[in-house]
Design a protein around this ligand. Structure first.
Ligand SMILES: Cc1cc2nc3c(=O)[nH]c(=O)nc-3n(C[C@H](O)[C@H](O)[C@H](O)COP(=O)(O)OP(=O)(O)OC[C@H]3O[C@@H](n4cnc5c(N)ncnc54)[C@H](O)[C@@H]3O)c2cc1C
Length: 453
């Protein structure tokens, strides 16, 4: 088995807490990629061995029965029964060493979220994460300097090497090699070595370059299917700062230690978050003295976020490879509701003020009335500063050959020997953070491929 990865290996001692540098060095388009539509929505994709798992917050969550049933019934994934899904989830949960975020690394930012949820009668669960030895240094987004995250480069790739596999890094794949319908391998280049190309021939090829890249590689290789690059979905997200009278030191504690899953089936998921001020800057727009005063408040701020299912919004990848995406009204409503819920948590936790970043409302709202004010914000998408790192659906998997580019066994329609396995195959929003489900789907594909050989 040979794995080709566009980016380099990054080791824990090479992680850089400076978010700008990390984005510029290790993310596609230097971390400035946006989806264009009725708003500009930043969307990050890592370009390193291990992909998003190296820079994400290791949140692992199973999809709810509602979503599993949708995928089985509406998209025709007959094999995806609750029992079968559980079997695949369990296998990867064991492999990746999932455990609830430990109380001792929560920090005040996470604890206040729990306190607010408790007061409201909502359930805040410690996030299940693929970590071991977390020190609560809140640097998940720029890469764990302690090597505490079981990202794919640290769990999965070593097992592949042990099993006799080979990994080539800094080798971006440009196209698939074909003999008629049969895919016989890939052709790539070598980063930093102009003119140097690589060919790998294989009886089976798995396309797994991420939801925004895989359809482009397929199209560049002459594979034609109406659903390729269509069906683009996101989980738009937004944040609030809850300002307290006491020191919160939000840079201490697990980046995302608690979440509330009570509203997932309504398409709203609430989470704690730590992101450095420069990462937060587009979400909390402000300038000059106002920004300066706000940064002065950071030590007393708890940062929390909401992600919504995005189930009413569908975009596509245009012919230049750009993501085109409009956030639909139903999702703007979900976002407003989710942000109001975060404001409720802030009030219940004893916050003084709430900073929402919403356009057209005062920058700081008294915590007592913030939720009501947010609920009155007109449902105009441009008022809501959203970003999303969860991307799906661009090579969706399903039973109907017309609607889906990938069949229920992961095979790319119209080809032989080509399979797809990244979040692009998800037929609709998973409504929770996608990584665990992606691993579970990969486990299923591994079995499909083992059965063939
Ligand atoms: C900052 C951030 C935080 C997140 N937090 C969470 C979280 O806590 N929990 C969660 O569930 N999800 C989270 N996500 C989302 C999650 O990380 C992604 O959904 C997941 O990594 C997607 O997996 P994938 O395999 O589809 O794509 P990726 O992880 O993007 O992997 C694709 C790989 O293919 C490589 N590649 C791309 N093009 C080529 C090419 N032409 N040739 C060779 N290689 C190529 C890329 O470099 C990359 O390594 C987060 C994402 C980000 C960016």
């Amino acid at each position: 088995m040979v794995l080709l990865e566009a980016g380099p290996v990054v080791r824990p001692h090479e992680m850089n807490e400076e978010a700008g540098l990390t984005l510029a060095k290790h993310f596609f388009e230097n971390g400035l990629r946006v989806a264009r539509g009725n708003i500009y929505m930043p969307t990050l994709q890592a370009r390193v061995l291990g992909g998003g798992s190296v820079f994400n917050c290791a949140i692992c969550a199973r999809m709810t029965d509602k979503t599993l049933t949708e995928w089985r019934v509406e998209h025709g994934l007959d094999w995806l029964t609750t029992d079968e899904a559980s079997r695949h989830y369990r296998a990867v949960e064991d492999l990746m060493g999932l455990r609830p975020t430990e109380a001792e690394v929560m920090g005040e930012r996470n604890r206040l979220f729990r306190k607010g949820c408790d007061a409201l009668g909502w359930r805040a669960d410690p996030v299940l994460r693929n970590t071991s030895g977390c020190r609560g240094s809140a640097q998940c987004f720029t890469g764990c300097p302690n090597g505490a995250k079981a990202s794919m480069d640290r769990r999965g790739i070593p097992e592949l090497l042990d099993a006799g596999g080979t990994v080539y890094t800094s080798v971006p794949v440009n196209r698939l090699l074909r003999r008629g319908a049969k895919v016989v391998g890939v052709e790539g280049s070598v980063a930093g070595r102009p003119g140097c190309s690589v060919e790998v021939r294989a009886p089976v090829t798995v396309l797994a370059a991420g939801a925004l890249a895989s359809p482009l590689i397929a199209r560049a290789s002459g594979i034609e299917h109406g659903a390729l690059g269509a069906g683009l979905r996101f989980h738009p997200g937004a944040s609030v700062l809850a300002l307290f009278d006491h020191e919160v030191a939000p840079w201490v504690g697990a980046s995302q230690g608690y979440h509330c899953l009570d509203f997932c089936d309504e398409g709203i998921k609430l989470e704690t978050l730590w992101a450095t001020p420069e990462l937060m800057s587009f979400r909390i727009p402000s300038a000059g003295p106002e920004l300066s005063a706000l940064l002065g408040e950071y030590p007393r701020a708890a940062v929390w976020d909401v992600i919504i299912s995005g189930e009413d919004s569908v975009g596509h990848i245009d012919r230049f490879g750009r993501a085109r995406y409009d956030v639909a009204l139903g999702d703007v409503r979900r976002m407003r509701d989710g942000m109001a819920k975060l404001a409720e948590i802030a009030r219940a936790a004893g916050a003084r003020e709430v900073v929402s970043g919403l356009r057209g409302v005062p920058a700081r709202l008294p915590a007592d009335s913030a939720a009501e004010v947010i609920r009155q914000v007109p449902l105009e998408v441009t008022r809501f500063p959203m970003a999303s790192n969860h991307v799906f659906g661009t090579m969706a998997m399903g039973a109907d050959p017309e609607r889906y580019a990938i069949d229920a066994s992961f095979a790319v329609r119209g080809t032989e020997g080509l399979f797809a396995c990244d979040t692009g195959i998800m037929p609709s929003s998973p409504r929770v953070n996608p990584m665990l489900t992606m691993w579970a789907l990969s486990h299923r594909l591994a079995e499909v491929l083992a059965d063939r050989s």
